[in-house]
Design a protein around this ligand. Structure first.
Ligand code: CA
Length: 244
């Protein structure tokens, strides 16, 4: 069922197979249903500072650093970058607003697939642009005994962030992995782009409002419509990997 996508990846990268050891998970929009809150906070914050950023556009920028998102809008609407001070202020407002919303729920299907991965002897890793200091506590609370701190890549580890391949290359380094020993699970176009640019087989899970094509155009090797659907087909995918 998934062999065609796997063979396409192998042909493109020149690897002879995917020898899976680790699964690299993005966090927002994959493990937590936090994107509606992020999109809402971005939309309201930018309006407050006189900029236009629709909720849907916020999904297109998902994964970028806050500064990069602010500058894209500033250049579009004023013809120049925002100052350091503006960026600080705007991002602070966005974070404050976001933190007022109720904490996002665990994504349905996420704990189930993580448990299967772990029990199957594979290593689940987190690769996120998020820099919340409570991140690990939250992960451990929602997904007990799944993740190891030393195998996490967060905003504190990277300089460029997605769509640059840097975060995923760093995950390979931390996990002592070759690109064909891991797969990436992402929900956003820029995250998919980062995974693909790192040379890793990248699975898109479309948990948001964007068309599937936005994720496929960014280089997704495979797409699932939801995390429960991905969880349901995990074993079939693993079987196809070992037959590939
Ligand atoms: Ca995401």
């Amino acid at each position: 069922m998934y062999k065609e996508a796997i063979n396409h990846y192998l042909q493109k990268t020149g690897h002879t197979g995917i020898h899976l050891k680790a699964v690299l998970f993005d966090m927002d929009g994959v493990l937590f249903n936090s994107m509606p809150n992020h999109a809402e906070a971005w939309h309201k914050t930018m309006a407050k500072y006189g900029f236009t950023l629709s909720r849907e556009e916020a999904y297109m920028h998902e994964g970028r650093t806050g500064a990069a998102t602010i500058n894209i809008v500033s250049r579009r609407e004023r013809g120049h970058d925002a100052t350091e001070e503006e960026i600080k202020k705007i991002y602070h407002t966005k974070s404050e607003l976001f933190n007022q919303y109720p904490q996002a729920e665990r994504m349905p299907g996420a704990l189930e697939i993580l448990t299967k991965i772990k029990e199957g002897g594979l290593t689940p890793m987190i690769v996120t642009g998020s820099g919340q200091t409570s991140l690990l506590d939250r992960l451990n609370h929602n997904f007990p005994n799944i993740f190891r701190k030393e195998l996490m890549v967060t905003a504190f580890d990277v300089k460029y962030g997605k769509p640059n391949p840097e975060p995923y290359l760093m995950a390979l380094k931390k996990g002592n992995l070759k690109p064909n020993e891991a797969i990436v699970v992402e929900n956003a176009p820029l995250g998919v782009e980062a995974g693909a640019a790192a040379g890793i087989f990248t699975i898109a899970v479309n948990t948001g409002p964007l068309p599937d094509q936005a994720l496929l155009n960014s280089g997704a090797n495979l797409l699932f419509p939801s995390m429960p659907d991905f969880n349901e087909h995990w074993q079939t995918f693993l079987n196809d990997l070992s037959l590939g």
